[in-house]
Design a binder for this molecule. Structure first.
Ligand code: ADP
Length: 515
């Protein structure tokens, strides 16, 4: 049995109390509001439709909302800007939860000398970029491919970017959190009154809590400290295109040693042709055949847009001579290897901004790739982590490709090369107006998760619909990790008001239902 959210009467009473505390204009509880805070890209958005949303403007108002939620036993689903598309957008796991929309909280404090920022959850990538530009602060952001979300929400969900600071949660330094009992805590060095090093030293004293609030439901983050990259003198690199599906193996084996040694300090992401093509064209422009795409169609699309079967972009940052020396090492590694196209990239201080995520410039564009199949497009992410070996990546690609074909879907994936792992990010694209396809998506997703699990690979992040499924794959010692999470959850949040079901962590009262 699925746990149920609050009844209409319980919700109405809480909504009234929320309006009394933060003003009726900041409480959104009409049917239109429920739709606005749903996930419009998911297979069935009604399964996760919230009951209402509340948008506090201050940490005191967050505390007031938490107090009311405890009194009325109303689940809150905190979001920063709610653009977690592919993984649920603004929507909660538990239908009927109240979305706690923190997007009005937008304070920014930059320490320009030390390259850090302390920001509130509503600060978007564009807000922070404008702040740095307007104040002529020579610090760069790391932004995700589509930068409409918030800096804090993205880091808390372990989102990634393209520069050397691209592992966003790894750059968190100090949080302010409202706990489920309404108390405010500051983590790390911020635990000291008048601390001078809150954003400078990550570990603090004793157990370290920053990461406990990532992908978790233990508290509401109201301030987040983050390290920013000093503006480099140069950005050099190469955009590579490769011709054959099988090239993924040797390319990863060429790049990974440089990644491990620290010559390459960002995580290059090797994506297939559809990752590039789906933002420029739609399927019906090439074929009316609903079956798997033939190599002839793929070749025609690649030819039109001059793209490889795979592509990867690599960048080096720093003083020109250092970046140049690293670039030389990379080019030597690719010497004599079968590259379809190698396009150099160069930016040096004084040039106009490159205007791309590689130089930390936020970009936003309509999610055109969701339109690939036509109809009302949607997508969900499937992102297993595997060891950084070419043969395993090739095997992963071949197995997954076969599953895509079996379930009548089009392969859309990339392999991000982390320091010691690969993240195989798949964006499963579908047409929500195609009932036949929609029937297959759920089975396909289960098949993908089972396939990864069988090899000992787990997802790094997942859609709200699949949080229990993915949690169940972390099964060492009868799910000891989930039990630890549940023990912490029960201690911090006995009423189970913060994000029930997030990452598979349910409050004690709904655990029986969920099982
Ligand atoms: P973005 O602002 O980048 O669009 P979201 O607001 O969608 O990101 O946040 C992604 C997820 O991270 C949310 O679904 C929620 O689980 C978690 N989250 C976001 N902001 C907070 C916060 N301030 N406190 C606690 N959890 C948060």
């Amino acid at each position: 049995m699925t746990p149920t959210g609050p009844s209409p009467t319980e919700l109405a009473a809480a909504v009234k109390a929320f309006a009394g505390a933060i003003g009726a204009q900041n409480v959104f509880a009409t049917p239109e509001d429920q739709i606005a805070y749903s996930d419009h890209y998911s297979p069935d958005e009604s399964r996760h439709q919230p009951g209402a949303a509340v948008a506090p403007g201050t940490v005191e108002q967050v505390q007031a909302i938490v107090r009311i939620a405890n009194e009325h036993k109303i689940p809150l689903w905190p979001i920063s800007r709610g653009k977690n598309f592919g993984y649920g957008g603004a929507a909660p796991v538990l239908k009927g939860s109240v979305v706690l929309d923190l997007s009005r909280m937008k304070r920014i404090e930059v320490d320009a000398d030390n390259g850090t920022v302390l920001l509130e959850p509503g600060v978007g990538f564009f807000d922070l970029y404008d702040h740095l530009q307007n104040n002529r602060i020579p610090l760069w952001l790391s932004v995700p491919g589509n930068s409409w979300g918030s800096v804090a929400g993205n880091a808390l969900e372990r989102g990634v970017g393209y520069t050397t600071y691209g592992d966003h949660s790894a750059r968190i330094c100090g949080l302010e959190v409202v706990l489920p009992n309404g108390e405010i805590v500051r983590t790390g060095m911020g635990a000291m009154n008048g601390s001078k090093t809150w954003q400078l030293y990550r570990h603090g004293y004793g157990p370290s809590w920053d990461q406990m609030f990532c992908q978790s439901n233990f508290g509401i983050v109201t301030k987040l400290g983050l390290w920013l990259m000093p503006e480099p003198e140069a950005v050099l690199g190469v955009d590579y295109e490769f011709d054959a599906p099988g090239d993924i193996g040797w390319v990863i084996d060429t790049i990974m040693p440089l990644r491990r040694e620290g010559i390459i300090q960002q995580s290059p992401s090797m994506g297939n042709w559809l990752r590039s093509a789906a933002v420029m064209t739609t399927r019906n422009q090439w074929t009316n055949d609903k079956g798997p795409l033939g190599e002839d169609v793929i070749t025609a699309i690649r030819k039109k847009f001059n793209i490889g079967w795979w592509s990867v972009q690599i960048r080096f940052y720093g003083p020109l001579e250092v970046a140049q020396a690293s670039l030389n090492v990379l080019q030597k590694a690719f010497n004599g290897k079968k590259v379809l196209l190698a396009k150099p990239a160069k930016w040096t201080k004084g040039d106009p901004p490159e205007g791309s995520p590689f130089s930390g410039v936020p970009v936003t564009f309509p999610l055109a790739n969701a339109n690939w199949h036509g109809g009302r497009g949607g997508h969900i992410g499937y992102s297993p982590v595997l060891p950084p070996r070419g043969d395993l990546a090739l095997d992963q690609f071949r197995r997954t490709y076969a599953l895509y074909q079996k379930y009548g879907m089009d392969y859309h994936a990339s392999f991000a090369m982390n320091e010691r792992s690969l993240t195989n990010v798949n964006q499963v694209l579908f047409d929500r107006d195609n009932p036949d396809m929609m029937k297959r998506v759920d089975q396909f997703f289960h098949a993908l998760v089972a396939d990864a699990r069988a090899r000992g690979y787990g997802e790094y992040r997942t859609h709200i619909e699949y949080m229990d499924l993915v949690a169940s794959t972390y099964d060492f010692n009868k799910q000891a990790l989930l039990k630890l999470n549940q023990t912490v959850k029960d201690a911090l949040d006995p009423n189970g008001i913060i994000a029930p079901g997030k990452s598979g962590i349910w409050p004690a009262a709904s655990r029986g239902d969920q099982a």
